[in-house]
Design a binder for this molecule. Structure first.
Ligand SMILES: Nc1ncnc2c1ncn2[C@@H]1O[C@H](COP(=O)(O)OP(=O)(O)O)[C@@H](O)[C@H]1O
Ligand SMILES: [Mg+2]
Length: 285
């Protein structure tokens, strides 16, 4: 759950400075020691203690005694930094309600220039945090793998949307900062929950969109009924952080899996028989 917009707005400039210092120092420290944090912020001991107390009460920063004493940003603090930047840029004015939760994201409606969708990427949060809790350490791959993995995932998705829109029916990419992607709101429902009157038309559309993406050099990589939105007339392909280039060594397999997932779903739910070879030829030719 990202931090409410009021917190982001009521954040004191000093608190923001501490969050930014922690973010920077977490490239080198898993937990940033006080004696490193203090010179980085330039605050007195008492000012720093007071501000850290507030940040911890707001759930943006955590303190740990082991393996050594230090402070770390947690997801709410990282959310706050991203929201702060997106607000300053005018992309977001207010955060609305939660509209989707996936394995590795939370998706919110927000107000910007009209309604926008904010996708907060949360890669590795559970696995890394439980590994740390159970074994008392973080796996290798940097001192703070969730932070880098999540912002990398957001960048990947934003890059894909930039390349694909508007040739492929995807949300319009609006902005990206840290682990958050801002995009247009898609006025449909998940294919998995739709009862289509004319499923053949939508299946054709999905295959045509896979083909257009392929022409632009991109394979989705995680396509299924859960990552397609539909209304009666059209579809949108969403959730792109796992895309691969068509030159990827496993491109063939990945594309076959994407197409196979879609064909299987239309067969199971609507009894449509569409030959795999025919679908593949349609996409790659
Ligand atoms: N642009 C959008 N417009 C409307 N709803 C969206 C949009 N993007 C995502 N959602 C909703 O949020 C859910 C999760 O988003 P998704 O990108 O699939 O993330 P995850 O990787 O967590 O599955 C989707 O199934 C959909 O219901
Ligand atoms: Mg998804």
């Amino acid at each position: 759950m990202p931090v409410p917009a009021e917190y982001v707005r009521s954040l004191h400039a000093y608190e923001l400075r501490i969050l930014l210092a922690l973010e920077r120092l977490m490239r080198r420290y898993q937990w940033v020691p006080l004696e490193v944090l203090r010179p980085a912020t330039g605050f007195s001991e008492s000012e720093l203690a007071y501000r850290l107390g507030r940040l911890m009460a707001m759930g943006m920063v955590r303190y740990e005694k082991t393996p050594y004493e230090g402070y770390a940003l947690v997801f709410d603090g990282y959310d706050t930094l991203a929201l702060h930047t997106l607000t300053r840029r005018g992309t977001v004015q207010a955060l609305g309600c939660l509209i989707g939760v996936g394995k590795e994201s939370e998706v919110y409606e927000a107000m910007g220039l009209g309604v926008v969708v904010l996708k907060f990427h949360r890669v590795g949060q559970r696995s890394f945090q439980s590994a740390r809790l159970k074994r008392g350490y973080m796996p290798e791959a940097g001192h703070c793998p969730w932070l880098f993995a999540s912002s990398h995932s957001a960048k990947m998705e934003y890059d894909a949307l930039k390349t694909l829109h508007p040739a492929v029916s995807v949300p319009l990419p609006i902005d990206q900062n840290r682990h958050v992607v801002a995009m247009s709101f898609v006025p449909g429902v998940n294919l998995s929950r739709a009862a289509l009157a004319e499923p053949e038309i939508i299946l054709d559309e999905i295959l045509d969109n896979i083909r257009e993406a392929y022409r632009l050099g991109i394979i989705h990589g995680d396509l299924s009924e859960f990552n397609v939105m539909v209304d009666e007339k059209q579809c949108w392909l969403i959730d792109w952080p796992q895309w691969v280039e068509i030159a990827h060594p496993n491109a063939g397999e990945i594309l076959a899996r994407d197409i196979g997932n879609i064909l299987q779903y239309f067969k199971r739910k609507y009894g449509i028989e569409y030959a795999f070879e025919e679908a593949l030829a349609r996409v790659v030719e």
